[in-house]
Design a protein around this ligand. Structure first.
Ligand code: ATR
Length: 285
């Protein structure tokens, strides 16, 4: 779709703050949706150097932006600003992170985390209900906490295994209801799980090429294997799962769904999450 650039006094503005931020695929998605929905808006990359996040956020708010996404290295600053001066949504409180800021009309800054709900929405978009059963999460970083919170909120039991056990224990201390499994023993709980979710960087292009302590041959036939890594889309874990006849959910859809939740808050319309935006991103991977 050809974008007709139309910037005027009514243009709604949003963007992504990060450092570096040039690699972000968010502008591609949001500007595509703006054009598709016929909304007079623009979404721009905002390179904000470390140490300047607070002043940048105040400036963007003062300049009339609707809000921004927040990526590395500013997520902690975003959480702190909203905790001290704004309104932390439940999603942000539960996940302990903020990836979406909304500059509300009353002058407040609202902070949300859309990762966990984006993950769940993506799985459900594959026709897989997320409302019961047990999930084994691999990893205990920020993404794991957001996903664990959303799964627990929907009534799914969560077990977490992490290479560094202390981080999994810390996660369990922050969110009640999580069972911690030793990394080397992760495979033991697999037969009783309906979801397996990789939130580690294993399988990522240019990342660690370590393997998981799991034998998917022991999984229940109904297991759904999810990876939040999306470069490459078909990770070794997903390929292995498919070879065992298991259903798989790749990470690209989560990226799209979590973005869609922010779009709706800033621009007041739900974006169309379908093959068109997926193809657009796929071509850019
Ligand atoms: P994010 O916020 O995206 O979740 P993170 O906080 O850096 O990222 O977490 C990365 C996760 O990948 C961690 O759980 C990390 O395990 P450790 O806590 O032991 O570091 C996991 N991870 C990264 N490389 C790994 C590897 N080679 N083997 C196992 N786990 C790995």
């Amino acid at each position: 779709m050809e974008r007709r650039l139309r910037i005027d006094g009514h243009t709604l503005l949003a963007g992504v703050t990060g450092w570096p931020v040039a690699h972000s695929r968010s502008p591609l998605m949001h500007n595509f949706w703006l054009e598709q929905r016929g909304i007079n808006g623009a979404y721009v990359p905002l390179p904000v150097v470390p140490g300047s996040f607070d002043v940048a956020v105040r400036g963007l708010q003062a300049a009339g932006f609707r809000g921004v996404n927040v990526t590395i290295p500013h997520k902690e600053s975003a959480y702190r600003i909203v905790e001290e001066h704004g309104r932390l949504d439940r999603s942000a409180q539960r996940s302990g992170s903020v990836n979406t800021l909304v500059f509300a009309p009353d002058g407040q800054i609202e902070g949300y985390s859309t990762d966990g709900d984006g993950f769940v929405a993506n799985v459900e978009a594959h026709g897989i209900p997320v409302k019961s059963g047990r999930a084994l999460l691999l990893g205990a970083g920020g993404a794991a906490r957001a996903i664990a919170a959303s799964l627990l909120d929907r009534g799914v039991d969560v077990a977490v295994a992490n290479r560094t056990r202390a981080r999994a224990d810390a996660l369990a201390a922050q969110l009640s209801g999580i069972a911690v499994i030793d990394w080397a023993q992760a495979g033991d709980v697999l037969p009783s799980c309906q979801f397996l979710v990789n939130t580690t960087s294993i399988g990522m292009d240019g990342g660690a090429d370590a393997t998981f302590p799991l034998d998917l041959g022991r999984a229940d036939a109904g297991l759904v294997v999810c990876d939040i890594v999306y470069v490459p889309r078909q990770t070794a874990l997903l390929r292995q799962a498919a070879s065992h006849g298991l259903r798989t959910v790749d990470g690209l859809g989560m990226l799209i769904h979590q973005a869609g939740l922010g779009f709706e808050k800033w621009f007041g319309a739900a974006p169309e999450i379908g093959p068109a935006v997926e193809a657009l991103l796929d071509a850019d991977l």
